[in-house]
Design a protein around this ligand. Structure first.
Ligand SMILES: Cc1cc2nc3c(=O)[nH]c(=O)nc-3n(C[C@H](O)[C@H](O)[C@H](O)COP(=O)(O)O)c2cc1C
Length: 207
């Protein structure tokens, strides 16, 4: 039996992306995001218009999409309530966000130079996609829909089907964000600061 529900959140489950961009002064910014979908060699990203990521992406027109596996959930969670934008909106302050210029250091992640873009790769992520911005359009809820094209892909060789240029889906365990909670292999992997900030109701938490 179905019931009509005024659903408060529609985040049914998408892979987490750690998006790295370059700040105006040449330092790196890094932010978790998950409103991302793929078509051919392009990806559509929904990012808050006031985020440092959107500002950097519109200015520099390039980024790296770093895909964390489920075992990187702790590092991703450390970034959850941080922004690289020095001025916070009242909405972000209310949810417990703070300004952090050193996102890599705070997360405990390692920047590596990319080949074609100014933003760094996240060394610990098994998949790193260098991208250029193709288009950006406002989205009604205060976000920007960015279309990016993948111009170079770096993949941990353990994920590659030997002798091919394909990733083995059985070896790739993406970190999934489902209703603001972290999942890997179908199970919850750790508690999520984002879910707490959004006051997402819980039934039980992973240890
Ligand atoms: C798992 C996870 C997924 C997120 N997904 C998105 C998203 O798809 N779009 C978005 O605008 N913010 C998303 N956020 C929130 C941003 O990370 C947050 O607004 C952050 O402050 C942006 O950082 P920046 O201002 O340095 O760019 C997500 C956060 C987490 C922890």
């Amino acid at each position: 039996m179905h019931r009509t529900v005024d659903l408060k959140v529609l985040y049914f489950g998408t892979p987490v992306v750690l998006i790295s961009t370059r700040n105006p002064e040449g330092t790196a910014n890094l932010a978790p995001m998950s409103s991302a979908w793929w078509l051919g060699d392009q990806c559509m990203l929904g990012m808050n218009t006031g985020s440092q990521t959107t500002r950097n992406l519109l200015r520099e027109r390039e980024c790296v999409l770093n895909l964390p596996s489920a075992d990187l959930a702790d590092a991703v969670d450390r970034l959850a309530l941080l922004t690289g934008a020095p001025e916070l909106t009242p909405h972000k302050i209310e949810r417990g966000y703070r300004y952090e210029p050193d996102k890599f250091g705070t997360a405990g992640l390692t920047p590596r130079p990319a080949d074609l873009v100014g933003a760094p790769l996240v060394a610990e992520c098994p998949i790193q996609l260098e991208c250029e911005l193709v288009a950006a359009a406002p989205f009604e809820d205060g976000s920007t829909a960015h279309t990016v094209r993948v111009v170079r892909s770096h993949v941990d060789e353990q994920l590659i089907v030997p002798g091919t240029e394909h990733i083995d889906p059985l070896r790739w365990d993406p970190l999934i964000m489902k209703f603001c909670e972290f999942f890997g292999g179908g199970s919850q992997v750790r508690p999520s600061r984002l879910a707490e900030a959004w006051q997402i109701p819980q039934t039980a938490h992973a240890g």
